[in-house]
Design a protein around this ligand. Structure first.
Ligand code: ADP
Ligand code: MG
Length: 262
């Protein structure tokens, strides 16, 4: 199947952004003098794989968690498919988290006492999908990530790579439009990381899922991203394609960051 470039998908969607951050500031615990994010303006296009890069503590996870409203901005707005998250009522917010947006965590976030299948069923349970239907959907999703045979195993019986594929299946089972991934491959060894990176890229491309991926691995960002934003101390210092960022880094810090990866 022909792969639509994000620009073309964008054109088909009359230019609406999947996610927009508009003048977002965030500080924690009332400490205005010590913001974690400062003046974030950013648009993620429909169908694009967008990487958030930056060293530890630069604010990547905070930015990601604003998208499904695990946290709220101190000022500014976040829009998902044009809807201001501050204006969603509790039911719409549940829909956002259970339906629109799927999330994958670095530490997998699986429930240890549940089997792989039961973990994948979880989002559908929250949406009160009937048992037979949700188990069928979860099985299909496990097959898609190559884990059909592991359905009845518990997380402790699975390797790191398999656990993260269960995490991915769980994030995708509700057929989200948007996938948020916070250093999803960080806990895996390099070979498995590359395999999974490729598998995720194919899955999200095939399904046209807008993907916001946090990583501190420049090679990963260059390999996967349509565009990359570099975050430093809560400020975006550059947004560019992988090619642009390598050819024209915004400053010596960005050059340094990506220099080792090419
Ligand atoms: P990254 O994911 O890039 O490593 P984070 O977004 O996790 O960065 O954190 C950015 C900064 O915000 C860090 O200094 C961190 O200590 C702080 N921070 C994150 N979450 C909280 C919180 N819930 N309360 C207080 N400070 C926080
Ligand atoms: Mg983080």
């Amino acid at each position: 199947m022909m792969h639509l470039r994000p620009q073309e998908i964008q054109a088909n969607n009359s230019g609406d952004a999947a996610i927009a951050f508009i003048g977002v500031h965030k500080y924690f615990g009332g400490d205005e003098t010590n913001p974690v994010l400062t003046g974030i303006d950013l648009e993620i296009r429909v169908g694009e794989i967008f990487c958030l890069m930056g060293t530890s503590g630069s604010g990547k996870s905070t930015l990601l968690r604003l998208v499904n409203r695990l946290i709220a901005p101190s000022s500014g707005a976040i829009r998902v498919h044009g809807r201001d998250l501050a204006k969603l009522d509790p039911a719409a917010l549940r829909g956002l988290r259970a339906q629109t947006v799927g999330m994958v965590f670095q530490d997998f976030g699986l429930l240890p006492h549940r089997t792989a299948l039961e973990n994948v069923e979880l989002p559908l349970e929250l949406r009160q999908v009937p048992p037979a239907e949700r188990s069928a959907a979860a099985r299909l999703q496990l097959e898609r990530v190559g884990l059909a045979e592991a359905a009845d195993k518990h997380p402790s019986q699975l390797s790191g790579g398999m656990r993260q594929r269960v995490g991915l299946a769980r994030a995708l089972v509700g057929r989200p439009d948007i996938l948020l991934m916070d250093e999803p491959f960080g806990a895996l060894d390099p070979t498995i990381r590359r395999d999974l990176r490729q598998q995720v890229t194919e899955l999200v491309r095939r399904n046209g899922i807008t993907t916001l991926l946090v990583t501190h691995d420049p090679a990963e960002a260059l390999a996967m991203a349509d565009r990359i934003a570099v975050l430093r101390d809560g400020v975006i210092v550059q947004v560019a394609t992988p090619e642009e960022i390598v050819a024209h880094p915004a400053d010596a810090g960005v050059a340094d960051f990506f220099g080792g990866a090419v």
